[in-house]
Design a protein around this ligand. Structure first.
Ligand SMILES: C[S@@+](CC[C@H](N)C(=O)[O-])C[C@H]1O[C@@H](n2cnc3c(N)ncnc32)[C@H](O)[C@@H]1O
Length: 368
């Protein structure tokens, strides 16, 4: 499928690719921002682009720096640049300090308003007088709160007319507003305080599925390799580390904010003198096969606004590859998602460790 852009027509793919082929890798908000750039900034490509899902805005406009919390988005942008034989923008994670820039800044409005607030505060600190921030979103994904945040953090903000159910916001700096400090959320579990950056799953309270999983953790290997796959703020890996003081713990997440939160919680709750591995990657990245004794996972059920079990399936498949023979995958999931059937298909076995009205905890063993 092709998207028209000021540079050329691009063939763009989503990443990961192995699910519903009818889903496009861009939306009408991406198209609207590309045509705005063509009309209003033809000579100057955008300096910074934030939260571009699969590279449509960055590649379509020749943007210089693309910032995303998501490793999947960064990988999609790289793959799509290669596929279309164009330069890939510099790719930065969500926590890297922003450079001072000239020219328009484009921000695709994220699902998390905490992430939007975090990003606007960071942008404000390096924004030049007269520099415009252009927000882009589908109207159905543009809450009133987003406009309020632009006005409270940046300054006067106007909106475009809607086109194909998408809308742009234009925000200019009001230097008299005071920029407050960056947000961080926290909650307590077993008298331990878990901190999370803005975009991290269940940052203000422990997820009820995670709580149920921690109540029914299986026997942990004493001197084993344990993976917390899709670690969020790292609560599962940290709790395992405290129960298995001689095991090695490996954290994996595609969110840079999640990985940084897990590292922070590890340092404060386990101690930085105990070594652990922190990986900002898609599933297990380049981890070799047959590596772990135990993988623990509370699988994701959406990528951005798209809900589905394709990410969980990828995680189960990657776990089968990375587990040692006799190694185990333990997951918690909503009862109705039928993870039992998926694990049975992949591993040839699956047992229920615990269940309640809402969740099941399942274990699958790699047999060969
Ligand atoms: C349901 S949350 C669980 C978070 C944490 N383990 C907890 O229990 O609070 C799923 C996590 O998987 C991460 N994730 C989603 N897709 C991923 C992928 N392809 N590779 C690695 N992590 C991913 C998300 O960023 C999120 O942190």
């Amino acid at each position: 499928m092709f998207i028209k852009s000021p540079i050329k027509d691009f063939q763009l793919a989503r990443f990961p690719t192995n699910h519903d082929a009818s889903l496009r890798a861009w939306d009408a908000a991406d198209e609207l921002v590309l045509s705005w750039l063509e009309e209003h900034s033809p000579e100057q490509p955008p300096a910074l682009i934030l939260n571009d899902s699969f590279g449509a805005i960055a590649l379509g406009s020749g943007g210089l720096i693309s910032i995303s919390d998501s490793k999947l988005s960064a990988m999609a942008t790289e793959l799509n640049a290669r596929k279309n034989d164009v330069n890939c923008p510099q790719l930065l994670d969500a926590l890297t300090p922003l450079p001072k820039t000239e020219g328009p800044i484009i921000i695709k409005i994220p699902k998390s308003m905490e992430l939007l607030a975090y990003q606007l505060r960071k942008l404000r600190a390096q924004l030049a007088d007269g520099q415009v921030i252009v927000g882009a979103a589908m109207v159905k994904h543009l809450p009133k709160r987003a406009l309020e945040l632009f006005e409270q953090i940046i300054g006067p903000t106007t909106t475009s007319l809607a086109k194909k159910k998408a809308r742009l916001l234009f925000s200019h700096l009001d230097s008299s507003l005071s920029a407050s400090s960056l947000p961080q959320s926290a909650f307590s579990y077993q008298e331990r305080e878990y901190q999370s950056h803005a975009n991290v799953f269940s940052s203000k309270s422990i997820d009820i599925g995670t709580r149920f999983l921690l109540q029914h953790l299986p026997h942990l290997p004493e001197r084993g390799q344990i993976a917390d796959l899709g670690c969020g703020n790292g609560i599962i890996g940290v709790e395992c580390a405290l129960r298995a003081p001689e095991s090695d713990i490996h954290f994996f997440d595609e969110s840079s904010m999640a990985i940084d939160s897990a590292r922070y919680n590890w340092d404060h709750l386990v101690g930085s003198s105990r070594v652990a591995q922190f990986n900002w990657v898609d599933t297990f990245g380049s981890t070799p096969a047959n590596h772990f004794d135990l993988v623990i996972n509370n699988p994701p059920f959406h990528q951005g606004q798209v809900i589905g079990d394709f990410l969980a399936w990828n995680m189960f498949t990657a776990s089968l590859r990375c587990l040692k023979v006799h190694g185990q995958l333990v997951i918690v999931g909503n009862r109705h998602l039928n993870y039992h059937g998926k694990l049975k298909k992949l591993f040839g076995n699956c047992e229920t460790i615990a269940s309640n009205a809402k969740f099941v905890i399942l274990r699958a063993t790699k047999l060969r």
